[in-house]
Structures are given as structure tokens and as C-alpha cells.
Design a protein around this ligand. Sequence first.
Ligand code: UDX
Length: 457
Amino acid sequence: RQTFTKVVIIGTGYVGLTTGVCLAYLGNQVACVDSNAAVIRQLRQGEVPVAEPGIAALMQQNPANLYFTTALAEVLNGSDIVIIAVGTPAKPNGATDMSYLEAVAREIGAHLTDGKKQLIVNKSTVPVGSARRVKTIIDYMLLERGIDCEYSVAANPEFLQEGAAVFNTLYPDRIVVGAEDEAAVGLLHQLYSPVLNQTFTPPAHLPRPRNYQLPAFITTNPASAELIKYASNAFLATKISFINEIAGLAEKVGADIKEVALGVGLDTRVGRRYLEAGIGWGGSCFGKDLKSIINDAGQYGYSMNVLQAALEANTRQRYVVIEKLQQELKVIRGSIIGILGLAFKPGTADLRDAPSVDIIAKLLELGARVKVYDPLAMPAFQEQHGELEVEYCQDVLTLSKNCDALILVTEWSEFSAVPWETAGAGMRRRVFIDGRNLFDARTLQIHGFAYHGIGRS
Ligand code: UDX
């Protein structure tokens, strides 16, 4: 029996590339395929085109196990497992754009030969039924070509967080496999066995966490696996909307959401994580996946009332900081507002569905002048949201100069080290709206700021 698996990964975005690089690190022979020639050229030179920490270091460890190509046909037929990890963006109506996935299925169908039995695994986040859709497309192509070939399609969703994708791949909570046949389950179990049993040597930059428990291996049918992915993201997003709604009430009744969240989260049935109140979630997944599941349900004539409410609560939450600003300044027109942080979360320049964009657009509409500072995301903001006329600042002290108020949108850790006395001295008025509850009120109040957090009266 061979000790490694020959894996082909289609798509070198942050999911595909992380998976490929980790599987190579674990000793498999991995070919990463992407239709973008520039990206493949970059990868061949050892450059990582996605901003995911830890990938570059891992790529250097086992370079002989990694191969990059634009030609799927070249690597498809010799492989044991083909993993599809292409983008499934949202269409304007919230439905999932399956065109990349379908194109890949057609390409597989066009090149598969009647050699050894193959396993095709979908890792892209897709509506329930997509594994079947992929199979139907490939079947159709094979029929057209007159090829009789044994293969199966399995669903194997990922739960990677941007910025922690390598960590999440090596130390997951669970691995989910949705397959119709035992052989597929066996092959994937073998592929993931170093992770399932933690028999690999952890990379120096990513040690195994203390108290880490071996991941569960969950096998089910493809539809359940596909739904697990959506339900997981929908639950996390709902958990955040839930705590944000409680935060709004906490302000009215004189409670402190941080303490409430702790008291609730310590019930092991609830859990402490994803109970941080603030301006709501952003990013490329939560909003897209919620809209997608709601849309899919609609096709069955089924309404997702809880998820719909979670989505609406999140939209409203973005403007809570502006309401607080209005309470302090009364009139926003003519004021100068400094925005601390643009990225949807710290550690990234990603602006997809970032609350900062909505907040800034609203402030400009209300007649404010807006200054911004973000350690990573300013070039991206300028490029993607050039229509929003803001003043870019190189640090927090420049940002705060002449401002009437500051709004903290992204909880970058460097904001904790700002000398707020000095920053406040340059301001016209000292108002601080902490959209992420990064500070205790005292920290700002001792420097003469009027401080408002979220859910803390
Ligand atoms: C998320 C999921 O966590 C991951 O499992 C899935 O595969 C992809 O989507 P990601 O988009 O990288 O990952 O973001 P995450 O770190 O989960 O944060 C999402 C948003 O929620 C951020 O805007 C964050 O600020 C916000 N958030 C998170 C809160 O507002 N409160 C919390 O308690 C936690």
C-alpha cells in the first residue's frame, strides 16, 4: 500500500492553497491547479498570492511534494483524489453563483479516462445538492465521450477562518465527509489520518495547542455534509446577532454585555466564543452563506425566519455607532470623524462585507468629513471604494487631529498601545465610540473622552 496519496486541488484561493500546502506538508503528493496563469507563475516562484499567514513557511518545508499547474488534464488521471476548492460567490439576488464549480466539473468530465477509480471531493461552499450536480455534469460528459469510468463524488466542507486557515486545517474540531460509498470514506479517512490522529510533527511556527483534543471524523451523506457547512456559519452569525440584540437591551436596563456574555457563555451548552458584541459581523462568508441558505430554502417554499432576523439585526447593528455619535454631537454635518480600522476583522486587508464601508458611506451622506486609518487595509479601500471620499492617515495621532469623534471599527491590537492623552489633545472634541468594546470606559475617560461602547451603559 502506498504511504502517500496523489492529490489534485483545483483552485488556489485561500481554501485550496491552504489545503494543498497542508496536505503536502503531511506527506502527500499534491498538484495545485488554477486557471489563472499569473497565480501559478507566482506560486512556482514560491510566492503566496493570498494573504494567509503560515502558508509561505509551510510551502518551503516540503517543496518536492508540491506542483503547480494550469493544466488539469496533465495531472487529473494519475491522481487518487481530486479536491475542488473554487469560489462560489453570491449573485446579486443572494443565490450562489455555481459557474466556477460547474466549469470545473465539465473540465473533469472532458479529461477523465477509464483508468483507475477516482474520488472527486467538493470543498467549495455550495448549496445542498451540489455534489449530485457535479456528478450529473461529469456523467453527462463521459456519456458524450463514450467513456465508462468509475468515480464517485463526495462533499468535504472546510471550516477555515481567514487568518487562521493553516492552523484550522492542522488542528480542526472535526472533519466532515459526505459520501455515498465506503471506499470514498476510507480514502478520505486515510488522507486525513495524520490530522485525525495528530501523528505529524507540528511546524515550528504552529505548535499543537495544549489541551487540543483529537478531531471527530463525521461521515454522512453529501446533502448533510453540505448543510453542516451552511448551518455552522449560520449558527455562528446568529450567535453574534443574538448577543448584539441583547447588548441593545443591556444599554436600556443598565447591564454590561461583557459580563452578561460571560455569564451566559460559561454554560457549556452555549460556549463563550462568538459572543462578542460590537458592530456585527462582516467578511466573505457569514453574509454570503446566510443569504444563500435563505435563498435555497425559498426555492423549497420554506422560510428561514431566525436566519432572516439574524441578517437584518446585523445590518441594523452597523449603524448603532452612528446613533451613538448623534447622541453626542447632535448634528453630524460639518463634523470631522476619525475611523479606526477598515478591515472586517484584525489581521487582514479584506474589506468584503466590511461594516466600515456602510458606516463611512452613511457618515458622508450625513455631511461629515471622514478620516481613516487602518494598518493594512487602506490601499484596498482606496482601490475598491474610491467613490467614498475620505482622508487617509498614516497613524492614529494624525487621524485624531482636529476630529470631533473617533469610531473604532476594527479591533487592531495596536490601538491598545495608542497614547490617548496625546491623541485627545489634538482633537476638537473628545468623543470615542468603541464599536468593538476594545477598551474599558476608564481608559478613555481619564483622558477626557466621552466614551461609548456597545451594550455597556
Ligand atoms: C468565518 C467562519 O468563522 C469560518 O468557520 C468559515 O469557514 C468562514 O467564515 P471568517 O470570515 O474568517 O470565518 O471570520 P471570523 O473570524 O469568524 O469573523 C467573522 C466576523 O464576525 C468578523 O467581522 C468578526 O469581527 C465578527 N465577530 C466574530 C463578532 O462580531 N463577534 C464575535 O464574537 C466573533
